[in-house]
Design a protein around this ligand. Sequence first.
Ligand code: GRF
Length: 203
Amino acid sequence: MRLAILLSGRGSNFQAIHEAIAARRLPAEIAVVIANRPEAPGLGLARNAGYETHAIDHRLYKTRAEHEDAVIALIDHAEVDFICLAGYMRLLSPPFVRRFQHRIVNIHPSLLPSFPGVDAQAQAVEHGVRISGCTVHLVDQNLDAGPILVQRAVEVRDDDDAESLSARILVEEHIAYVDALIKLGRGAPIVEGRRVIFATRDS
Ligand code: GRF
């Protein structure tokens, strides 16, 4: 299973995927790592790990479509099975999502459909929920809304703030992302409406 990783920042989810592959827990190959910000620390991590990396700075393109075309050209060239969004802070246009239907994976730091959008962990603390967590999902045309692959729960403590909750959710994100990719690696899932049925090894 060949993967493209798209990121914008820190890159800890990329790092978790990389480590799982290196440890042979995840039978996959990272074919290309693309960032929309040249200064993204995650891009440096990927470069140091020896991957093909590209900075495709959205600020240098006139339109979203032109920027996406540059990203798509790299993804096509890399011939990947899945595109993993790992802290990629750009909305994907409907044509982009349609082109790679059920092949774009995202991670979000809440138990969707609760708290989509930015600052999900702060939203959870403010709302007073007792359980939050993370969600790995297929990307559709709505923000943080596609069919769910894997979720992991995290208890919200009385003394939590957004930062402390984020740190505990992040630990679970790294496990969840790898788990979702292991499951996808067994074969293309069946997507029935919102429900995902993973392939088993013998199917
Ligand atoms: C994670 O919290 C992820 O859920 C969200 O963006 C953050 C990215 O973190 N989509 P990192 O760059 O993978 O460390």
